[in-house]
Design a protein around this ligand. Structure first.
Ligand code: ARG
Length: 455
């Protein structure tokens, strides 16, 4: 029997029940549902709608339910539509007639919104730690990279040499922005909807501020209709998670490229690679590929929810039940992905000589020649053209750029020295640049930023 059977004379059709049930996935909210119910009971006692004794017996029943759920001895009933009805049914079995007072002044509409905000707040807090862990791995990799340099790419064409540490930290700053976003999302969602009722509040003397404080929310809702229909926080969390997923995807793509024979920049640890069932020699970067692949479903979860929300009239509609599965899925997938990518990066073997060889050859330091001319008061556009012609000539005639530079009246041996291996990267001296001096500073600032995010 459902909690709302009084209005009906007929039974719910099984096809309807199968389609609408949410218990298989909203069981994940059990802890939050019990917390919300306990705060609600305390609120009812606080305003005199329950006696102390009634409150105590309901809290005891809630405690028993918590133990039963924790020990997997909680018996779900086929009539349990969702975790909220399951808990209330069991509390009523345990506390007798007092159990029937649990839902006083409350609706599942404010209840589920409360549960989901509590759940999201906690999960995003924990997830922040996982993101920071990847930042820490990148910081360690950057520290270990020392003076190693590699080609920096634009358009996947070798562009300029950069320190490997600089490259690692580029990913690190992106992830620190994610930490920031998660924190801001948590702050914005820190609003208690409890006391909004079905949509309009109550004729009973409820105290939403009291229950909000009990649940550790920063504040209560301002508008009961908004309270039960607002899922902005879910969409925002899904965006933040998709963004993390995209960052992981880009890091993963890089591991795929770098570990290929074509690049040969790194070797993945066996623990973070997989083999081929047919080709004996294969060692594949599957975790990195899945970081790339799973970003698709993270983006799908976000767009799916946005579409669900877009046409909904105020206030609660059952459509809103579709908020949970994408959120649970994205949180779980991103947490797994963060751990896998942290592991893959922290166990990576870097082939510094290969990287540096790729960054030493040809005309990768051509801009240094142009800037040499700029310092001789040649206008930049003219300098660019002089060096570009030399590069073209070197390719067309198969002579080394260095020889052409030495022979050039405006360049000469001093300029040619800029093309020597390892020189160009040391000349990136501007703040935030890719050379040793700014990168050392950047590393300090990155460490400090991790520390401040931790606090
Ligand atoms: N399982 C529902 C959900 O997730 C709970 C709220 C149901 N409310 C209602 N009026 N049917 O949204």
């Amino acid at each position: 029997m459902t909690l709302w059977h009084g209005r009906f004379s007929g039974q719910m059709d099984q096809a309807m029940a199968d389609y609408t049930v949410s218990l298989p996935f909203d069981r994940a909210l059990a802890t939050e549902d019990l917390l919300g119910s306990a705060a609600h009971v305390e609120g009812l006692v606080h305003v005199g709608l329950l006696t102390q004794d009634e409150g105590t017996s309901l809290l005891q029943a809630l405690e028993t339910v918590a133990q039963e759920l924790a020990s997997n001895s909680f018996l779900f009933d086929p009539s349990d539509e969702d975790i909220h009805t399951a808990v209330e049914r069991r509390v009523t079995e345990l506390a007798g007639p007092t159990g029937a007072k649990l839902h006083t002044g409350r609706s599942r509409n404010d209840q589920v919104a409360t549960d989901l905000r509590l759940w999201t707040k906690r999960e995003l807090r924990e997830l922040e730690e996982d993101v920071l862990e990847v930042c820490r791995v990148l910081e360690q990799s950057a520290t270990a990279a020392g003076a190693t340099y590699l080609p920096g790419y634009t358009h996947v064409q070798r562009a300029q040499p950069v320190l490997l540490a600089h490259h690692f930290l580029a990913h690190g700053w992106a992830l620190l922005r994610d930490v920031d976003r998660l924190r801001e999302c948590r702050e914005r969602l820190d609003v208690s909807p409890l006391g909004a009722g079905a949509l309009a509040g109550s004729s009973l003397p409820l105290d939403p501020d009291f229950v909000a404080a009990r649940l550790g929310f920063a504040r209560r809702f301002e508008n009961s209709m908004d309270a039960v229909s607002d899922r902005d926080f879910v969409a925002e969390a899904l965006f933040d998670l998709a963004m993390i997923g995209i960052h992981l995807s880009r890091m993963g793509e890089e591991l795929v490229l770098w570990s290929s024979e074509e690049f040969g920049f790194c070797t993945l640890d066996d623990g973070f690679s997989s083999g081929s069932s047919m080709l004996p020699q294969k060692k594949n970067a599957d975790a990195a590929e899945l970081a790339r692949g799973k970003s698709g479903r993270l983006i799908g979860n976000l767009t799916g929810l946005l579409v669900t929300l877009k046409g909904l009239p105020l206030s609660y509609n059952r459509d809103l039940q579709e908020d949970k599965e994408p959120l649970f899925d994205s949180v779980r997938q991103v947490r797994l992905g963060l751990r896998a990518i942290a592991g893959a990066y922290s166990t990576l073997t870097i082939h510094g000589t290969v990287m540096q060889r790729a960054a030493d050859g040809g005309s990768i330091a051509a801009i240094d020649l142009a800037e040499y001319l700029v310092l001789q008061h040649v206008p930049f556009r003219e300098a660019h053209s002089i060096v570009a012609s030399l590069v073209r000539k070197s390719i067309d005639e198969g002579v080394s750029l260095g020889d052409l530079v030495v022979a050039h009246p405006q360049l000469g041996a001093d300029a040619a020295a800029l093309l020597q291996p390892g020189v160009a990267v040391t000349r990136r001296t501007t703040p935030g640049g890719a050379g040793p001096a700014p990168v050392a500073l950047q590393l300090d600032r990155f460490r400090a930023a991790i520390e401040s995010a931790r606090r």
